[in-house]
Design a protein around this ligand. Sequence first.
Ligand code: DGL
Length: 282
Amino acid sequence: MIGLFDSGTGGLSVLREIVKLLPDEKYVFYADNAHCPYGEKSPEFIRERCRVITRTLLAEGADIIVAACNTATAAAIRTLREEFPVRFIGMEPAVKPAALGTRTGVIGVLATAGTLKGSKYLATKGNFEDNCTIVEHVGRGFVELVERGALTGPEAEATVRESLEPLLEAGADTVVLGCTHYPFLLETLQKVAGPGIRFIDPAPAVARHLIYVMVQERLLSEGEATRALAKVIELAEAEAMGKQRTAPARVPDVRLISSGDPLPLQRMFRLLYPAVQKTENK
Ligand code: DGL
């Protein structure tokens, strides 16, 4: 069973990509929405929440855990790896593909304050700063919009515009979505930015990395691993040819847990998959 967690519903953008590769796997997803947003909270607080969440996911039967949250990855992944006997997969700031793809030589990064201060992000940024200009902005109010399910419309556009405009004015043609909530605002981001701007969601790369780690850890049978790797190739080819998935996504087997109101998680899950799943308060 794969465990995932986030401060709220954002991590479902990562689950969605993993499910494309492993549709028959069992999942448990923990949304810590009683403490959302994590963005401005102290690393100590986030680490403590991550410990509590990890214990819950392990008790539920998770044998590998995805920190589907950039802010939690920045604050806690090292501690979690030291303290728990289970493999953790964290979020990667997708600066590299952005730096390789930019034509203007300017890339934008949208993330939370916690992620932008994290040592992993700062180190990654340092590796690419000689090749391109990197401009950053906190996605102010983005997480709140997503938690409320306000993904499109005038309010979402106005909120998104405020944080996106400084990046566009600086000449960015490629923008990294450094928070797992932000991909749910992609339609609005693209509308505000215009068609020439490319947004990068790191979730597909994280999903691929998870497959490789699960193969290493022998958490996938040979058949599952072969099917998942075939899917990786199929999706890459479809993307290269600009094709979108047309068949409706099958509802995966996911146990949804919220530390607060279960509604936001249920609502977002229903948006991704055409069925309602049980959510529990913990
Ligand atoms: N989804 C999260 C992330 O990837 C957390 C956002 C927040 O709670 O501030 O950073």
